[in-house]
Write a protein that binds this ligand. Structure first.
Ligand SMILES: [Zn+2]
Length: 131
């Protein structure tokens, strides 16, 4: 018989249950109510973390033992999930670009300010040197 999965809409806990196909809507109960059937059979991706995968969150110091805790922890700490090398590189490049643009603006501002502070004679001299 296939393994089904349901989720409790009250506490968010996932439940596995084994039913014949005709009985698949007969979900287990949790928190005093029927859980909500999710998917036909349990794919590997749905496997929750194993005990040896548990880790202490570097951001919050909490011990993470399930993907649900992991999601909650990352949301709480503002971390993103690793999205693959391409995405990470893209992100890093974008951050670098933002930073460079910010530095350019800052430098531009400094140059303008310095220029504004020059006396008319110095400005004339600087323009003469530049040409
Ligand atoms: Zn529940």
């Amino acid at each position: 018989m296939p393994v089904y999965e349901s989720v409790c809409l009250k506490c968010g806990k996932y439940h596995d249950y084994i039913r014949s196909v005709s009985q698949c809507l007969d979900t287990p109960e949790c928190c005093g109510q029927k859980t909500d059937k999710r998917i036909l059979s349990k794919p590997m991706a749905r496997m929750d973390m194993q005990p040896w995968d548990a880790y202490e969150s570097p951001a919050t110091g909490r011990v993470i033992t399930s993907y649900a805790e992991r999601r909650a922890d990352m949301a709480a700490s503002g971390c993103r999930d690793w999205e693959g090398m391409d995405s990470e590189k893209h992100n890093a490049a974008r951050q670098k670009q933002y930073q460079e643009e910010a530095e350019d603006k800052q430098l531009d501002g400094v140059v303008r300010q310095a220029w504004a502070n020059l006396s008319p004679a110095k400005k004339a001299q600087a323009l003469a040197e530049a040409s």
